[in-house]
Design a protein around this ligand. Structure first.
Ligand SMILES: [Zn+2]
Length: 184
């Protein structure tokens, strides 16, 4: 049984429990456990969450939330190609301009993760052609998968807001806060 199988079994046995890096490393016996976790998440659809996804987890803590697996929508591209696309796109989401570690605009407790996205999904005949690949942040990627994605207008405005100085972002934030507080 390989390291990935042992790590998978360990998570399944402890579904819903917080596991630490030390425990995972002890079970998997590999230093590259992070890559195994990514494979279980991205290639097999296991909903393994970390502090990047959940504010209540500390760095080095992981949890398999449910035994239900997410459909793996798009096959992942090779690490080399992934790096090439990330570099080409300047490690920035091509829809909203978010970079790694920026807060998720739709869920401020989380930070965004960068994905290499197939513009035309594999399921619809899209390929790994460089022209069909682009960097998306997890928020935009998720939005793409949801039935009601945020409008292009909202994404364009978010992209503009990201480029503004902090003081102007604060003005916009205050405006929206006032607006929604009065409406409640
Ligand atoms: Zn984005």
């Amino acid at each position: 049984m390989g390291a990935k199988d042992r790590i998978r079994d360990f998570f399944i046995e402890n579904v819903g429990k917080v596991l630490t890096t030390q425990e995972i490393r002890r079970v998997g016996g590999v230093s590259e456990y992070a890559r195994r976790l990514r494979e279980l998440r991205d290639e097999e659809g296991y909903q393994i969450k970390s502090h990047v996804d959940r504010a209540d987890l500390k760095p080095g803590e992981y949890i398999l939330e449910t035994l239900e697996r997410k459909p793996v929508v798009s096959r992942t591209v090779s690490p080399q190609l992934r790096n090439e696309i990330l570099e080409r796109n300047g490690f920035t989401c091509q829809l909203c301009g978010a970079g790694p570690g920026d807060p998720d605009p739709f869920n401020p407790d989380r930070k965004v993760r960068l994905h290499v996205d197939h513009v035309k999904p594999i399921s619809q005949g899209g390929t790994d052609d460089r022209g069909n690949l682009r960097v998306l942040c997890s928020a935009c990627n998720q939005a793409k998968a949801n039935i009601q994605p945020p409008s292009d207008t909202a994404l364009n405005i978010l992209a503009m807001i990201r480029k503004l100085p902090k003081s102007e972002q604060q003005e916009i934030f205050d405006f929206l806060k006032r607006k929604f507080q009065t409406e409640e």
